[in-house]
Design a protein around this ligand. Structure first.
Ligand SMILES: NC(=O)C1=CN([C@@H]2O[C@H](COP(=O)(O)OP(=O)(O)OC[C@H]3O[C@@H](n4cnc5c(N)ncnc54)[C@H](O)[C@@H]3O)[C@@H](O)[C@H]2O)C=CC1
Ligand SMILES: NCC(=O)COP(=O)(O)O
Length: 363
């Protein structure tokens, strides 16, 4: 549905409720005017949130619903997945909190796929505990890739710094064997399209990092740059995608360097996320690019060490909400523009053209 017809419906999965999830969700929604900007739909439990809002001394009123389709504009909607009492043990994952994290994510994803919400913002999960309970993926990214049957790209974003990673949740020992020319080419194309469509950057400039120290130093410290990364960059560059590199990762994140590009593709998780979180921890957002649906999350985890202390900073979660809305609007506008471009030209009734011929379309 076009965002012109209604406020964007933002689905929220609650993650592990014994971490800081409910705290940052409620802090992000505490302003009474928040529903002027979007319609929140939390997939959680009324009893759980009532208990936690008292701990954090927050004054929020929820509209309890059984299904996301019943969500009302102007209200903080809560799909009440569990009606019984919930045992909260802030700071430690439990079977109950892990099960609800899975149920919340699954219910929210189903609503997203049915079009009952427009975007999904996920609060942090404990991957390890979820996997022990039968969840098949080491994170949301893998889960959505399976659900939507499409490869996603882990993309950490702020207004000024955007970092994607070629490999995400795999052991470091498997990184080199998971890098290939074809994969990098596909990822750069996804990144290019995402920057155009979702972030409204018309001619994106993309930097690519090397894998090895000093980008391999001409082959002395590894060959992946020569054999895989440079040929991928060259091919795309020859085809009009503004791609540069490979750059040595150790010096790339000096402001004068990274600020010359719209985004960077790092080769593995910590190569990209360590500098990103150092430069932009508070406001950073994790966006899964390349999927048919829009999903964001904060750039941090469950933070058990501070759960219940009322010191969790909600900024990254708030940014995740507003980034998802911005991407939704940009993508809708882009699609509208493209659809209009494809419309057949209107022809005058008396133009001498045989009406049985197919109408011409613009090139
Ligand atoms: N999107 C997701 O679901 C993510 C989940 N995780 C999971 O979270 C768990 C813990 O991971 P860690 O590496 O310890 O990272 P973490 O981000 O949970 O914590 C790292 C440090 O940052 C602090 N911190 C995190 N968020 C904060 C906030 N909003 N305000 C103030 N301080 C904050 C914590 O107190 C801790 O000292 C792991 O199971 C990991 O897999 C980690 C990252 C993202
Ligand atoms: N480091 C990012 C992270 O752990 C979040 O991953 P995902 O849950 O978005 O796949």
């Amino acid at each position: 549905m076009s965002p012109k017809n209604h406020k964007v419906r933002v689905g929220i999965s609650i993650g592990d409720f014994n971490g800081i999830g409910p705290e940052i969700i409620m802090k992000s929604l505490k302003d009474k005017t928040i529903t002027d900007f979007f319609t929140p739909v939390i997939f959680g439990s009324g009893k759980l949130f009532t208990y936690q809002k008292n701990i954090f001394k927050l004054n929020l009123n929820f509209n309890y619903i059984n299904d996301a389709s019943q969500a009302h504009g102007g209200k903080l909607n809560m799909v009440n997945l569990v009606k019984d009492n919930v045992n909260v043990e802030l700071g430690v994952p439990t079977e109950e909190s892990t099960k609800m994290a899975i149920d919340s994510l699954e219910a929210a994803t189903e609503a997203l796929m049915k079009g009952e919400i427009d975007v999904l913002v996920t609060a942090p999960i404990n991957k390890d505990e979820m996997v022990k309970m039968g969840f098949k993926h080491a994170g949301h990214t893998g889960y959505f890739e399976e659900k939507f049957n499409k490869k996603g790209l882990m993309f950490l974003v702020t207004e000024d710094l955007k970092v994607a990673v070629s490999t995400h949740h795999i052991p470091i020992v498997q990184v080199a064997e998971n890098i290939s020319k074809e994969k990098i080419k596909k990822q750069i194309k996804v990144l290019n399209q995402t920057l155009i469509e979702d972030f409204n950057i018309s001619k994106p400039k993309i930097a690519v990092l090397g894998l090895n120290p000093h980008s391999g130093d001409g082959g002395v410290i590894g060959n992946e740059e020569i054999e895989i990364i440079s040929p991928a960059i060259k091919e795309l560059s020859d085809n009009g995608i503004l791609t540069f590199g490979p750059f040595p990762a150790d010096s790339f994140f000096q402001p004068s360097k990274y600020q010359s590009f719209d985004a960077v593709l790092a080769m593995y998780h910590d190569q990209g996320l360590a500098p990103f979180k150092t430069l932009a921890y508070e406001e950073g957002v994790n966006y899964t690019a390349g999927l048919p649906f829009i999903r964001t999350s904060p750039d941090h985890g469950v933070a058990y060490d501070i759960a219940g202390k009322n010191i969790a900073d909600e900024q990254s979660f708030t940014e995740a909400i507003f980034t998802a809305i911005k991407v939704f609007k940009n993508r809708s506008e882009y699609n509208e523009l493209m659809t209009n471009r494809m419309q057949p030209r209107k022809m005058s009734m008396d133009n001498g053209i045989d009406e049985d011929l197919p109408e011409e379309t613009e090139a």
